[in-house]
Unconditional design. Structure first.
Length: 156
């Protein structure tokens, strides 16, 4: 992979490209990529969730599994810090699909679409989440300001 800028590492790219999905992926923790057969069986055995994010993550996991058998020899292990790391590393291993054709190109497109879906759903969830509670110390400092005082006067 060509380096774009020495100051940009994988974590910065994740924060820039997936600002809403990254915190959830990190919170979920370590992700182990299964072969497509094992992944399909595992998900056939458990009930399908009605939650859009869980469905999107399932789609992403299955997309990773579909490509894993073809790239697993490029990796030292089958576990990653989180699902987003697995998906982006697999995408990088297939060279972002630049020269892929046929079924392989369709699998890569599915991985990209699943990643985008996860980010969009997380962004939607973040926008509809209730506002975070105010910091009591900040509220107290705002309440102690004299009526009619300007921000510059309060700082002095």
């Amino acid at each position: 992979m060509k380096e774009i800028n020495n100051n940009i590492d994988e974590n910065k790219l994740w924060r820039l490209c997936f600002p809403h999905f990254l915190p959830r992926a990190e919170a979920a923790g370590v992700f182990v990529v299964a072969s497509s057969e094992v992944a399909r069986k595992r998900y056939q055995d458990q009930p399908l969730s009605d939650l859009p994010l869980e469905k999107a993550q399932l789609r992403l996991e299955l997309a990773c599994a579909a490509l894993w058998d073809g790239v697993k020899d490029l990796f030292l292990c089958d576990f990653f810090p989180h699902l987003l790391a697995a998906a982006t590393d697999i995408l990088r291993a297939v060279d972002f699909g630049d020269e892929a054709a046929g079924e392989r190109a369709a699998q890569i497109k599915e991985l990209v679409d699943a990643l985008n879906e996860c980010e969009l759903i997380c962004a939607r969830l973040d926008r509809t989440a209730p506002p975070k509670p105010l910091d009591p110390a900040k509220v107290a400092s705002l309440g102690s300001a004299e009526p009619g005082a300007t921000a510059a006067e309060e700082e002095e």
